[in-house]
Design a protein around this ligand. Structure first.
Ligand code: BGC
Length: 430
């Protein structure tokens, strides 16, 4: 078809379906700002979009690329300042409280849905409190990610002569040496601040245990931040950095995951959204790849809860408010919780599903994750991820990111100095 006849078709279709008629078909619309843009992430969010559209609403996609979401958060802030926030946005952890205090999130929109769907009964208090502001739901939690995973390509391990997944840092280094000697990238990584700090928090957890992790990265205790154990964590971090590809600067996390999936690299330290890339590549957990807790962290679970916050809209935008409510209702429904998490690599946020994962058709990684989540909740092993906005304000997180990334990029950096810098940077940002 040439350009003129294409245009003619568009014009005649437009006269058949005038815009007003198309708009009238939609019961309301919802714009969703999020950062789920990798192949696997997109497959997951498309499930939500399809359901909202099936319910008769229009989905406006506000995707902002950039793993970890800092670009999305910058865009969201400038839109809010300009008086043009979206209906819904991916916001997490303590940041929800900060947005709540601006008065821009709605404390009313989710009231009826939460009551009718019994959210208080479905969610553990830890999760519910994260998404409530002054007692009211202002966001709907969609899933739980575990951050402290190590992803392994067993075929690459085999070629390098490694017969088992490492369970200690010593075994991790031994595997790294063998991978390097066999010509592989030992540890795939993208040199971006949030990815650097994802590795850093795993190392802190491994060296200091969940109690030390909590004191340092959740309670922000000055003595622990500047103490000898933190210096030891930086020493291990330096060693680990030596196993990464030197060309890692700026690389996206899913490109690093592709190196492991494609057999160029042996391992990746990443939260279980990495599994979404394996799933999208049609690989099977336990067969084509292995997921193990990062060495030394098997009794701990750093959690990262994705949630969608709801902005206040003018009362006359009834259809758009109904769209926000529909999205929230869908997001905590059993069907969506299952399909979304299977695509996303996470586990459901509903306790009834967490308690019965085998019946839900989840793979071995997800089943292990749910089991550990429930067990670690009782022992103190369950800790919020600093790198994924669950533990501190974004200002404190930014200060930690800077110290960690500078340390990793400076081969002469001194671990003891880095821990002192960490403590003072955190203090200044508080
Ligand atoms: C989010 C995940 C996302 C990942 C990579 C994390 O902070 O919680 O949902 O897949 O960043 O973008």
């Amino acid at each position: 078809m040439n350009a003129i006849s294409r245009l003619a078709t568009v014009i005649s279709l437009a006269s058949l379906f005038p815009l007003s008629a198309l708009a009238a078909d939609s019961k309301g619309s919802v714009e969703v700002v999020h950062w789920w843009t990798s192949g696997g992430e997109k497959a997951a969010v498309d499930v939500l979009k399809a359901q909202v559209e099936k319910d008769g609403f229009t989905w406006k996609d506000g995707a902002v690329a950039g793993g970890g979401g800092s670009t999305a958060m910058t865009v969201l802030k400038s839109r809010a300042v300009a008086g043009n926030p979206p209906g819904v946005a991916q916001i997490k952890g303590p940041d929800i409280q900060e947005w709540g205090s601006t008065g821009l999130l709605s404390t009313d929109t989710l009231k009826d849905v939460a009551k009718a769907e019994n959210w208080d009964g479905l969610l553990s208090p830890k999760v519910a409190n994260t998404v409530k502001y002054e007692g009211d739901y202002v966001a709907v939690p969609v899933n739980i990610h575990r951050v402290n995973w190590l992803w392994i390509n067993p075929a690459v391990f085999k070629k390098a002569g490694i017969d088992k997944a490492p369970t200690t840092l010593e075994e991790f280094y031994a595997a790294g040496d063998k991978l390097k000697a066999a010509g592989f990238i030992a540890l795939a990584h993208g040199g971006q601040p949030w990815q650097d700090s994802t590795v850093f928090e795993d190392v802190v957890l491994s060296v200091m245990g969940p109690e030390g992790y909590k004191k340092a990265l959740v309670d922000l205790d000055q003595k622990t931040l500047s103490g000898p154990e933190m210096a030891k964590a930086f020493t291990e971090l330096k060693k680990i950095t030596g196993y990464m590809d030197p060309n890692r600067a700026g690389r996206d996390w899913n490109i690093a995951a592709a190196d492991v999936i494609g057999g160029k690299a042996g391992m990746q330290m990443m939260g279980d959204w990495a599994k979404s890339e394996w799933t999208a590549a049609k690989k099977v957990a336990g067969k084509d790849y292995q997921c193990v807790p990062f060495p030394g962290t098997d009794k701990a679970f750093t959690y990262n809860i994705d949630s969608l916050a709801v902005f206040k809209l003018k009362a006359d935008r009834k259809g758009d408010i109904a769209a926000q409510q529909d999205l929230a209702k869908v997001a905590l429904g059993k069907d969506f919780q299952k399909v979304f998490s299977i695509n996303k690599g996470s586990i459901p946020v509903r306790t009834d599903m967490l308690n019965d994962m085998s019946a839900e058709g989840f793979d071995s990684c997800a089943q292990a994750s749910a089991k550990d989540f429930l067990a670690d909740e009782k022992t103190g092993g369950l800790q919020p991820s600093m790198a994924h906005n669950m533990a501190t304000s974004l200002a404190v997180q930014g200060a930690i990111f800077d110290v960690v990334t500078n340390f990793m990029n400076d081969k002469d950096a001194d671990p003891a100095k880095a821990s002192a810098q960490l403590a003072s940077a955190v203090k200044a940002a508080q």
